[in-house]
Write a protein that binds this ligand. Structure first.
Ligand code: C2O
Ligand code: CU
Length: 520
């Protein structure tokens, strides 16, 4: 795909300067956050019958007044055209989605966070070629929560996600609907998904991606497909369900009022509700992860402004676990990732709307049960060849064959040690939701945030599918492989910094029935 120029752009001065040096076109906070509607991009689509989604390239005004080529999943629902729809499903229901590929390159639909069998997982192990199709049929076993779907072809995931191949998937269940009723926040108005991405937007608003780059960091902040939008809000309680679809950027999110963070209440993470709300001033927000937060604007005067921002933060240099020969000590990615950014302006107007009382208890999670769990160790580091490795695995170097096997029904503790001194890795495991049980050797910024035994923070207290392993840390996660499937299922384990992933920081593993087990 050669980038084509946007349609109506002409007033923008440009000449022979290199593309990379051109300032992006457009102003910030001049465009409202797109409303949730039933058609167009991120259209709300309740999954009922079969749905066909075609991966293709279309024009879309990512920045007001200019059309960009977006790669999306397009479909038609009751005669309405939808693209990258916000899919809504109920726990226990079946999903039947057929992918038709018109991209000109292999692609897939991966159901990020869902407990799903290999054939329907949509990883790079099952690519769908140009002009081919694949039907994904899966039962939603997960709790209510915000999950997502995205392209996952081997070694091209960074490019395809950056160009737009993703969407949110909201799972509902009785508990979630009861909470919604109790909070009484109208869906789509005061209870909103915010899908956040940083994108490199070049001259004429082409989305730029360079294959083989490290840590692709964007220059525009895209929220629900609008660059730096604004949201008109009443002085009252809001619920934001945040999803970070950035390739590599770690945010430190806060709602700033007069430069100071308003308290937010974290009520859920990747795999749904926490047991109780946690009060936070700001939250680290890694690629692929989700945060469900309540923020109360009650009492703010008419005309006030709040900024959804990412606070600057220091790269977390940490010698604790680092190998002395660590070649990534001076990793340049740490700095732009930790830069201060403005994502969305919130314009308060009107009179205070009384806030409902928050329930003290949101949900009940079974306590992590490590009885009989076996310990498996993983080490994240850079090899002499300059490749990112998980143990001695790198998919470019060691191939696609499963690196290890897990017995179905087993509980395992995975200890993931980040031996790089300056770079966090958001590690994602397919096919399961897990619990974070301890953090050791954490940088001081993370130690400060610990709220529970084992050095874990509020963000670690729910079910997760992606866990950040900060520089020098050893993080233990507990995975229960009691999956409702039989037979050998091969899954991926990888860094969700997409450039790391595409450079092979990925391994596959097999979940096998007891009698198929070959090794301990
Ligand atoms: Cu969100 Cu293996 O991916
Ligand atoms: Cu990584």
């Amino acid at each position: 795909f050669a980038p084509r120029a946007g349609a109506q752009a002409s007033a923008q001065p440009f000449g022979s300067r290199p593309l990379a040096a051109d300032p992006p076109v457009g102003q910030k906070f001049t465009r409202p956050l797109p409303r949730l509607t039933d058609a167009g991009i991120m259209a709300q689509t309740r999954l009922a019958g079969p749905l066909t989604l075609t991966a293709r390239v279309e024009k879309y005004p990512l920045i007001e007044g200019y059309n960009s080529d977006i790669w999306n999943y397009s479909g038609s629902v009751d005669g309405r055209a939808v693209a990258n729809p916000l899919l809504i499903a109920r726990r226990g229901q079946d999903i039947d989605v057929t992918l038709v590929n018109r991209l000109g390159a292999d692609t897939t639909i991966h159901w990020h966070g869902l407990v799903v069998d290999e054939a329907n997982d949509g990883s790079g192990l099952h690519p769908v070629a140009h002009d081919a199709r694949r039907r994904y049929r899966l039962r939603v076993h997960n709790r209510a929560g915000l999950y997502w779907y995205h392209a996952h072809p081997h070694f091209r995931t960074g490019e395809q996600i950056h160009q737009g191949l993703y969407g949110p998937l909201l799972v509902e269940d009785d508990e979630e609907l009861a909470l919604r009723k109790r909070l009484g926040l109208p869906w789509g108005e005061r209870d909103l998904p915010l899908v956040i991405a940083d994108k490199q937007v070049g001259r004429l608003n082409t989305i730029k991606y360079k294959m083989g780059a490290d840590d692709w960091i964007g220059n525009r902040m895209i929220v629900n497909w609008a660059a730096e939008p604004y949201l008109d809000a009443v002085p009252g309680l809001y619920r934001f369900r945040l999803l970070n679809v950035s390739n590599a950027r770690m945010f430190r999110l806060a709602f700033l009022h007069q430069g100071k963070p308003l308290p937010m209440r974290l009520i859920g993470t990747d795999g749904g509700l926490l047991e109780r709300p946690w009060r936070l001033a700001d939250a680290y927000f890694a690629p692929a992860s989700r945060l469900d937060v309540l923020v109360d604007f009650a009492g703010l005067p008419d005309g006030e402004r709040v900024m959804l921002a990412s606070l600057a933060y220091e790269p977390m240099e940490n010698d604790a676990g680092a190998a002395p020969e660590d070649p990534m000590l001076e990793h340049p990615g740490a700095t732009p990732m930790g830069q201060a950014l403005e994502l969305m302006q919130i314009r308060i107007a009107g009179k205070t709307v009384k806030s409902p009382a928050l329930p003290a208890r949101l949900s009940t999670l079974a306590a992590p049960n490590a009885d009989g769990a076996t310990l498996r160790k993983f080490r994240l580091y850079v090899g002499e060849h300059g490749r990112w490795l998980i143990n001695d695995w790198n998919m470019h170097l060691t191939g696609h064959a499963p690196a290890f096997e897990v017995r179905r029904g087993a509980r395992e503790i995975w200890e993931i040690a980040n031996d790089m001194r300056s770079m966090p890795h958001p590690i994602h495991v397919h096919g399961v939701q897990f619990r974070v049980i301890s953090r050791e050797g954490s940088p001081p910024q993370i130690v400060e945030r610990a709220v529970a035994d084992g050095g874990i923070g509020a963000q670690d207290l729910g079910l997760s599918d992606t866990v950040v392993v900060w520089p020098g840390e050893r993080v233990r996660i507990l995975i229960d492989f009691a999956q409702p499937f039989t037979g050998k299922q091969v899954y991926m384990l990888h860094c969700h910094n997409l450039e790391h992933e595409d450079q092979g920081m990925m391994a596959s593993f097999a979940v096998v029935d007891g009698d198929e087990k070959k090794s301990a």
